[in-house]
Each structure stands twice: as C-alpha cells, then as structure tokens.
Design a protein around this ligand. Structure first.
Ligand SMILES: Cc1ncc(COP(=O)(O)O)c(C=O)c1O
Length: 430
C-alpha cells in the first residue's frame, strides 16, 4: 500500500469539521422525524448553520453573472463552473435570447393560467410539433418543468391494479410520481437486469406493467441498459417510459438521446425530456402515441393545475431545438471535452465511467472530506456541486462535476490540476 501523508494543518481542519459538524443528526438534508410537534424539527435542524460556520456550506451560492456555459462570477470572482447542465452552451446563444425577447414583447412575461384553460399559446403548440417531428413521435405535451412531466405522467397512468418497475437510481421526480400514484412501485437494483427480470417474473399475473428508467443517471452518469430493458419489457408485456433529461442533445448521432444511441426509439412508449439541461432553459415534455398524450393531457394534475411555461422560455427552446438539430459540432466538442477530462482524471487514478456522458462524479466517501474538498476547489476558482447523504448513500459522498462544449482546454487542465492537488492534500489520492 502506498503511504499517504496529509498536511497536519489540513488533518486538524478535517478533524475539527468532523467534531463540530453533527453528521448523525445534522445531515444537510433534513430528516422527517417528528417527535415533539410538527415544527420542532426546524428548531433542531442545525446542519446548515454549522456548515456555514465551518466555511464548508456548499449550497445556494449566488451567481452574479453568467459569462458563458463554462464561466460564472461568484463573490465578484470569475470561476469555472463544473456544475452546469447547459451542455451545449445554448442558454446564452444570441439567437435564443433574440427569440425570447421577441416573445416577451409579444406575449408578456407569463401566461397567467394553465395550459388546460387559458394558458396555451400558439408557441406551445409549435414547440410540441417541432419536438414530435424531431423525435419521430405522434404527439408531445410541453409542461412547466421536467419534474412535473414525470410526476404528472406517472401518477395519472399508474392505476390501482398496475405496477411500476423503477430503477433505484431514478430521479426524485419519478419517485414522487410513483409515490402519489394509486398503483404499486417495485424498485429494482440500479441497472441490475437480473433483478428487474426477477421482479417482472414474480408479477407475471399483473396486466398493467410499466418499466421506468432514466436514460442517463444524473448523479452517477451511468447509462441505462436500454437494449436489455426493451427486451425484458417485450418478453413480459410491460410498457416503457424513458427519462431522457440528460440524454437529449447529448447522445445519439442526431442528439435524440440514449434511445437513438441504442437504436431502440421505436420500442419506447413514452419519451420524457426536459428543457433545463442541453436546451439551457426550463420546462419538460413527454412524447408518445397520440392516444397516450391525449389521455395525459386531460388527466395529469401536475400539468392541468399549474401555470403554463412562459412565452420567452418556449420561444427560446424552439430556437434551441433548431440549434441542436443544425449544429452537431457542439455535440462533437462536448464529446471531446468529456473524453479529455475523463482521460485526465483516470490518469490521476480516479475511477471514471467509460462513456460519453458529461457527468463525472468524483467519489470521495467521507462527508467532511467531501465538503472540505469542495471548499478547496472553490478557493482554486472552481464551482462544483456536492452530493451527500441522503441524496447518495451514507459514506458515498461525492463531488458531482459536469462539462459543456464551452469549456476550453485551459479550463479542463485547471480542473484536473486542482483535483490532483487537493485530493492528494486530503489523502484521497496517493
Ligand atoms: C433525470 C432527471 N429527470 C428529471 C429532472 C427534472 O427536470 P427539471 O429540473 O427540468 O424539472 C431532472 C433534473 O434534475 C433529472 O436529472
């Protein structure tokens, strides 16, 4: 075993963090325990304050300016962002901004109503038709967020007698959709096809079955084994919903996601996507056969009982989709950047996924070390996201990094250098 030495001053700081930060009860994400009255949990929840006092609080950092998809200004300082999902740099593209301004002037800042009653603009229908054409699907419903697209779709489809089979690493919006649905949900181990098959076999008598999976998992950057999932769905008479939040624009020769990458588009019943990642905006959608979309359009509470996506966002996404369709060079550059950073990190001894996904988690494990590492990165001019329990299992804390086509080689080299230096400092790397 190589001998790892840590600077004594740093070791002292980490020990201080471990002693002062109440990891047992103080997880940065509150527990739902309620033994002294409904609001007592708020009084007892000290973790954010403790973390702020220790200088390791990583959340709600105020971005003062967005320079481009790779640089932002925080505390008056230019920093490289490692936490943007603006993979293709579309959010600040001048054409997208011009389209947004035009819609803003024509329609105002909001729709002041639900799509269902009074909030559907011609812009919404144009975007729906454009998405349907792009994905080769019969119909599309544009919703106000990706979260609502999952929650609304799943909760209205999963009836009392039905069963959903959901990957354990699926996004929270899928969990929430399943939780409020009338039907049952069974969670299979992450990307474990044997477990999925076992659960499907055990429920062979159930008529209404649906498999639900992210195509690209937002924390690990894993890609779902869609070819196998499709096979299992066919063999067991299950429908299939695929969440392409992180696949859209990124994977596939034309950017239609992991479904295109694996050539299984025709086998997926419901394609769910968001506008908040590669399209650089906000909103979500589902695309499917006409009769499925028509049902969801009239039944999904999260779609019906909420205000419509604002005009400027819709117009911006229409333009953004044109850019995805017309400029494959952005995807190519993203792919090169992803390969470059993964190779750099791998050569340092960091485990990385050997795929094209621009989400690269840096597993550290210990929460105190992870929070402190994030602080050291920030001191070096890098803005990254942290995932601690219960977002990830205890002792599986990580820095979640993501990359865009806008990162330069210099940006990527400075990221690799900072990780190398600080992970060694903290004794995570030998
Ligand atoms: C896999 C996945 N699905 C759904 C969502 C929700 O999308 P939105 O943020 O657009 O509401 C996200 C966002 O983090 C995601 O990562």
């Amino acid at each position: 075993m190589p001998k790892i030495s840590i600077d004594p001053k740093l070791a002292k700081k980490i020990i201080q963090i471990k002693e002062k930060f109440d990891f047992e009860s103080g997880h940065l994400h509150p527990s739902s325990e309620n033994d002294e009255g409904i609001l007592s949990k708020c009084d007892n929840y000290q973790a954010p304050r403790q973390a702020k006092d220790l200088g390791i609080y990583p959340y709600f950092r105020e971005i003062e300016e967005i320079t481009n998809s790779a640089h932002v200004v925080i505390d008056g300082r230019d920093v490289v962002t490692l936490s943007s999902n603006n993979y293709l740099g579309i959010a600040k593209d001048p054409r997208v901004i011009a389209a947004g301004i035009k819609a803003l002037e024509k329609f105002g800042i909001g729709c002041t109503g639900s799509r269902f009653l009074n909030g559907t603009l011609s812009l919404h229908r144009t975007l729906e038709q454009n998405i349907s054409n792009f994905l080769g699907r019969e119909d599309t419903i544009v919703m106000s967020t990706g979260f609502q697209a999952n929650q609304g779709t799943i909760s209205c489809l999963l009836g009392r007698q039905d069963v959903a089979f959901s990957d354990r690493e699926n996004h929270a919006s899928i969990y929430e959709g399943c939780a409020i649905a009338q039907g049952k949900t069974l969670r299979y181990r992450h990307n474990d096809m044997d477990h999925l098959e076992h659960l499907l076999k055990k429920n062979s008598q159930v008529k209404g079955k649906i498999i639900i999976t992210d195509s690209v998992f937002s924390m690990s950057g894993d890609i779902a084994n869609l070819p196998e999932i499709v096979k299992l769905a066919k063999n067991h008479g299950a429908s299939l919903l695929v969440d392409e939040a992180h696949g859209l624009g990124v994977l596939g020769d034309n950017g239609r996601g992991a479904c295109e990458y694996f050539d299984v588009e025709k086998d997926v019943d419901i394609y769910m996507g968001t506008f908040s990642k590669s399209l650089g905006s906000i909103g979500g959608f589902i695309s499917s056969k006409k009769n499925i979309a028509e049902y969801i359009r009239h039944k999904a509470s999260a779609f019906i009982f909420t205000a419509a996506l604002p005009p400027a966002s819709v117009a911006g996404v229409i333009e953004g989709l044109n850019i995805i369709i017309g400029e494959s060079k952005r995807r190519k550059r993203l792919c090169e950047n992803t390969a470059f950073i993964k190779r750099s990190l791998f050569e340092m001894g960091i485990q990385v996924n050997n795929n094209q996904v621009p989400i690269v988690p840096i597993q550290i494990g210990d929460e105190a070390v992870t929070l402190y590492m994030n602080r050291l990165l920030f001191d070096d001019g890098l803005f990254a996201g942290v995932a601690v329990s219960p977002v990830v299992p205890p002792l599986k804390a990580m820095i979640r990094t993501s990359y865009t086509c806008g990162h330069t080689k210099e940006d990527l080299k400075s990221i690799a250098t900072s990780f190398n230096k600080n992970l060694k400092k903290l004794g995570v790397l030998s």
